[in-house]
Design a binder for this molecule. Sequence first.
Ligand code: UTP
Length: 284
Amino acid sequence: MKAVIPAAGRGTRFLPATKAQPKEMLPLIDKPVIQFVVEEAVASGIDDILIITGRGKRAIEDHFDKSFELEEILERDGKTDTLKEMRDISDLADIHYIRQREPKGLGNAIYYAKKHVGDEPFVVLLGDDIISSDVPCTKQLMDYYEKYKAPIIAVNKVEKEMIESYGVVDGELVEDLVYKVKDLVEKPKPEDAPSNLGITGRYLLTPDIFDAIDKTEPGKGGEIQLTDALRILSQKRDMYAYDFEGVRYDLGNKADYIKATIEYALRREEFSSWMKDYLKTLMK
Ligand code: UTP
C-alpha cells in the first residue's frame, strides 16, 4: 500500500515560526515532525510515500535527500553514529513529491495523489500530526481494512469544548472501537456535533475518494475539505471510523506542540531525570 502525506498547508496557526519554513519541519526536540510521520508509515510496512508539498516547502525535500557534504564532514570527524542516523533518513523509503499549486484545502491536496496511487487503496497521514502508540496507527487501520475492505478513518473521543476544531463522525458501533459512518461534519459547534468522535490525522482511503473530491464544493474557510468529500462518499458506500489505540498530537497547534515536547523529552533517557527535577522546581 502507498502512503500520501499532505504537507502543503499554510500553517497560519503557528506564525511567525512558519513564515519562512514549513510547519512540518518544526522539530519535536531534535527531529522534524514530518520525519515522525514518515517513520510511522515505514513502521507500518509502507515503502512508497508521496509527499504533497508546495511553495516554501523545499526544506522537506532536502531533509529526506542525501547530504553528501554533511556525510563527508561527519565521516572525516569520526562521528559514525550521527553519520548512520543521517544516512538512515535518506534511506527510509522511496519518497516522491508533487506540488499543490495553491493550498486550497486538504481535499484538494489529496486530489494531487490521484495519478500516483492509481486504482489501489492508500493511506493518508497528515504531515503535522504525530501519533504515539504501541502499534503504529497506520498499521492499525491497515489491519482493519483487511476485514472491512472499505475506507476507514482514525478517530478519537474528544472533549466537548474542543470538538469545534475537528471533523466529526456520526457513527453506529459495529464492534468494539469500530463505527459504521452515517454522516460527517467539519468543525461543528459543540451543540451541533453528532458525537464526540473527532477525526484525527490518519485515513485509509479507496480510489473512489477522487471522484467525491471532484464533486466537493468549497466548504469551511473556502477550502475543499476532505471531510466534505468523505461525506459525499459515505452516502454511496460503506465507510468506517476506528477509535485507535494511541495519543495524537496536532503539532500545527501550539498547545499540542508544547505538550508533545514535554512528553517526548520525559521519555528520552538523556533528559528524563533532570527534566522531572526541573519541572518539580518550576511547580514550586
Ligand atoms: P491543517 O488543517 O493544519 O491546515 O492541515 P493548514 O492550512 O496547514 O494550517 P493552519 O490551519 O493554517 O495553521 C492539515 C495537513 O494538511 C496539509 C497541511 O500541510 C497539514 O499537514 N494541507 C492543508 C495541505 O497539504 N494543503 C492544504 O491546502 C491544506
